[in-house]
Design a protein around this ligand. Structure first.
Ligand code: NCD
Length: 329
């Protein structure tokens, strides 16, 4: 595995499968009473988050701790960034503390790659702007494989605000590497320029896609969060306003692209529903869909810990480390 994990596109099929297989073994540990393993004892992992996060930050923290690393959280709020320190100075300061890996989230696309060029330790991209979120794609692939088995020729439909979604970008890359077929669905205003070169089918007719009429039978659906903070809306007009630039109103979006109970009925009974969270219930996903037996939302959160354990383990302990066969620490 290469030194850093910056893009899902950096992973070869063999590397991706190796991480997913390691994650499977880590997943088994999650249900043990004693979850701690020793391989990262004495190592320090810093979660450096310049943007809000619940699941990604806490699951990296739990993953590191279960592997016996010391995990420290540094967030932009409450750090010297708010005193005017430059990004480079903040990063070099944190690295100088004696860090073995940096897990970084930043609201600017490309920032994590830039940071990787400044430090000598491995850097993991935990989401950079609208660009990439490779460990999310890995946990999504893990969740899909648990339900569907091998993903070759499986048809995954990704729905919503594709333009602003780092989750969509990383998933498109990883799913292609794993041999799956992807259809992207969303309003034309939320389809990125150049999407035709991504190697996916695209559509703005969600009903036709879900019913299998537009792009063939559907094996899984991934709903994306409407990225309110990146749409420029949510101002004085309140939460109903999506900025007007991309989508007129929330209601219009929900009618065209929300996973309503009626749309749930268009899907095969076996098709799992994914959402990276946090969910906007009633906007991109109805509560009936989010809480249905087909919803994998909490499985995704659980897989997130196993996948991040696998990534940290393979990056820091090395693939050949035999400790997984040992008893818990
Ligand atoms: C995603 C993110 O932050 O990119 N969430 C996550 O990591 N679980 C998706 C999102 O915020 O829409």
């Amino acid at each position: 595995m290469s030194r850093h994990l910056l893009s899902a596109g950096d992973l070869s099929r063999d590397e991706a499968v190796a991480i997913l297989d390691t994650a499977k073994r880590m997943h088994a540990i999650q249900t043990r009473e004693v979850k701690k393993l020793p391989p990262l004892r004495g190592r320090t992992v810093v979660n450096l988050f310049f943007e809000d996060s619940t699941r990604t930050r806490s699951s990296f923290e739990i993953a590191g701790k279960w592997l016996s690393a010391d995990v420290i959280n540094v967030s932009a709020k409450g750090s010297s960034i708010s005193k005017g320190e430059s990004l480079r100075d903040t990063v070099l300061t944190v690295a100088a503390l004696g860090v073995d890996a940096l897990v970084v989230r930043h609201n600017a696309s490309g920032a994590v790659q830039r940071i990787a060029g400044w430090v000598s330790c491995p850097v993991i991209n935990a989401g950079d702007g609208t660009h990439e979120h490779p460990t999310q794609a890995l946990l999504d692939a893990f969740t899909l494989r648990e339900r569907l088995g091998d993903l070759s020729d499986r048809h995954v439909v990704i729905v919503g605000d594709i333009t602003h979604s780092r989750v969509a970008r990383s998933n498109v890359l990883l799913l292609a590497t794993l041999g799956a077929r992807v259809t992207l669905v969303g309003p034309p205003t939320l389809m990125p320029a150049g999407v035709a070169t991504w190697g996916c089918t695209t559509s703005w007719d969600l009903d036709a896609v879900l019913s299998g009429k537009a792009a063939g039978d559907v094996d899984a659906v991934m709903m994306l969060r409407v990225q309110r903070e990146r749409l420029g809306g949510g101002s004085a007009a309140g939460a109903r306003d999506l900025g007007g630039q991309f989508v007129p109103t929330e209601r219009e979006y929900a009618i065209g692209y929300g996973l309503s109970p009626a749309r749930l009925d268009l899907l095969p009974d076996t098709a799992p529903i994914l959402h990276p969270g946090p969910m906007n219930r009633g906007l991109e996903i109805s509560s009936i869909a989010a809480d249905s037996a087909r919803s994998m939302v909490l499985d995704q959160v659980q897989s997130g810990v196993a996948v991040r354990m696998a990534v940290l383990y393979r990056m820091l302990a090395g693939a050949e480390h035999p400790v997984l066969d040992e008893e818990p620490a």
